[in-house]
Design a protein around this ligand. Structure first.
Ligand SMILES: [Zn+2]
Length: 200
């Protein structure tokens, strides 16, 4: 398999097509970069991967290898086939957006995952119907028994990856999260690029 490696530039978005049965390998190239991930049904973008429809399927806050994310129509859409990153991903947090950075004290426009999704889709001539709550790959949001959450650095290492099988023909989209105020991308202030491959 020698599928080309596609770059998700630092602080930016990228989208691509994947056919049912293909695998999407998302690589945390530099080790501590959160990658917001979306999947839309190719022939009906209004059906998309939904975190709130996935958690009742795997009955966990995040899935293990062999478990599937579901669409908002309750169909399997992506299945986790391998994960060398430590298995720490977030399904709880909305994509960052410009108002979020306003709440964090920014007074000027800040790159954000919501706009990165739009930009990636636009490169394919597409427009997302909304911003679904993303699968935040490599994002470390631990929880306590009494329900508290916190923003922590990723546990993934350089070159680690997750392999996701497409369960239907898809448009997949990614954002290398530009969050540089909270420590979710490790080295604060240094969001990096990441990469993905579409494998037969
Ligand atoms: Zn983000």
């Amino acid at each position: 398999m020698s599928a080309s490696i596609i770059t998700i530039p630092a602080r930016s978005g990228k989208a691509a097509y994947a056919e049912a049965g293909q695998r999407i390998k998302v690589i945390n190239t530099h080790g501590q970069q959160v990658v917001d991930t979306w999947a839309f049904r190719r022939d009906n973008l209004k059906e998309f991967m939904s975190m709130e429809h996935s958690r009742p399927n795997f009955m966990r806050i995040r899935p293990r290898v062999g478990e599937s994310f579901f669409s908002n129509q309750r169909r399997p859409i992506l299945t986790v086939e391998e994960d060398t990153s430590g298995g720490v991903h977030d399904t709880l947090m909305a994509a960052c957006d410009n108002p979020r950075y306003g709440l964090l004290g920014c007074t000027e426009y800040h790159d954000n995952c919501t706009d990165n999704l739009s930009a990636g889709m636009k490169e394919l001539g597409l427009e997302e119907p909304e911003t679904p709550s993303p699968l935040n790959l490599f994002m470390n949001i631990p929880w306590t028994p009494d329900g508290e959450l916190s923003w922590e650095e990723p546990v993934s290492t350089p070159g680690s990856y997750i392999l996701l099988k497409a369960e239907m023909d898809l448009v997949i989209a990614f954002s290398a999260c530009p969050q540089d105020i909270l420590p979710i991308n490790g080295r604060v202030g240094k969001p990096t690029e990441a990469h993905f491959q579409i494998l037969d």
